[in-house]
Design a protein. Structure first.
Length: 345
């Protein structure tokens, strides 16, 4: 029960913050917001303040921001559809953007409290490819196969994504000078290739360093999401690898169970790290140019800017409805996979 409550709280805060972005930018652009709700389903409490009804719904999952004329051809001057293309673009874009802001704010707290994880080599195994290539403890890893990295987790991510690759071009920095070498990685007991480098302890940063690594944390989460999408499209990741609400609840529960043995501080930091990942992930996913998502709606606004003519609301609505049906079907498949993976494997 506790992991369900934690999942609801985390997911709801992230979705509400997303909707808050839409809400604030709608107000800023003079759009009439008819309702701002926490949760979904029938209303259990609502209060009208000015033109907006603020509600709490019976199902505590996320929320919504209902704008006048959002889905029809309303002629009211304060309707969403009556605003300029740029104003509508800013309102739609604000939702995902606020997810990135939330991820950044949470990263500020986590990194400010526990420190950053720079891509600095800790202990290097004497029989590893990194040791044989001349890397030393304290070297800062700058690039892997030409790709810039900043956090140690990017080294771990590289190991995971390239577990079958032996030779890796590594650029590192020592005493202010950069050098590039080819590291021939050795196989682990699990049969995958690894550098043989351990991470250093998290380092406490000043204000500038905390801001820098908080931005880099959000960058890392966005990069990881795009890589996952890339490998899903190319077939390297399977549909079974995706997680929906049921899987997220299970992951949050596992995070809690694994961290509670180290105390409440570790629990809070672990859950906040999970929230950073989830918020950045939601921001990226919503910006995908797919019907029914914010990104799909932005595509229609961009087309309008190029053509200098609106796509008819009826046609756009049909496209978004078809996209919604496909997304719901995908959600059912993902939830079925979650249930199978949790209870039958």
């Amino acid at each position: 029960m506790l992991k369900i409550i934690l999942a609801i709280v985390l997911f709801s805060v992230i979705v509400i913050f997303h909707e808050l972005g839409h809400f604030l930018f709608a107000k800023k652009n003079g759009i009439c917001v008819e309702e701002f709700a926490i949760g979904i389903g029938p209303t259990i409490f609502g209060k009208q303040i000015g033109e907006t009804k603020y509600s709490i719904k019976c199902l505590p999952f996320g929320g919504c921001c209902v704008m006048l004329g959002e889905d029809d051809d309303c002629k009211d001057p304060r309707a969403f559809g009556s605003q300029s293309a740029l104003a509508r673009f800013s309102v739609i874009f604000a939702g995902p953007f606020f997810n990135f802001i939330l991820a950044f704010v949470l990263a500020l707290f986590v990194i400010g409290f526990s420190g950053a994880d720079p891509a600095v080599a800790g202990e290097i195994s004497a029989d590893s490819g990194a040791y044989e290539a001349g890397l030393h403890e304290g070297d800062r890893i700058v690039k892997l196969d030409g790709s810039r990295i900043y956090n140690f987790r990017e080294i771990s991510l590289f190991n995971y994504l390239h577990k079958d690759k032996a030779d890796v071009e590594v650029t590192y920095e020592r005493d202010g000078k950069q050098k590039t070498v080819t590291v021939t990685r050795k196989k682990t007991e699990a049969g995958t290739y690894a550098f043989g480098i351990s991470m250093t302890e998290d380092t406490k940063e000043g204000i500038i360093g905390t801001l820098k690594y908080s931005i880099l944390e959000v960058r890392y989460q966005i990069k990881s999401t795009f890589l996952s999408l890339k490998y899903l499209i190319t077939g390297r990741f399977k549909l079974n690898d995706l997680s929906g609400p049921v899987g997220i609840v299970n992951m949050i529960g596992n995070t809690y169970e694994q961290s509670i043995v180290y105390g409440i501080k570790t629990v809070v930091l672990s859950l906040l790290n999970f929230a950073i990942m989830l918020s950045a992930n939601l921001g990226v996913m919503n910006l995908l140019p797919l019907p029914a998502l914010d990104g799909g709606r932005l595509v229609f606004i961009i087309l309008e800017m190029i053509r200098r003519k609106k796509v008819s609301p009826e046609k756009e609505g049909m496209v978004h409805f078809a996209g919604l049906v496909l997304l719901m079907a995908l959600m059912v498949i993902v939830m079925a996979n979650d249930i199978k993976n949790i209870f039958f494997i």
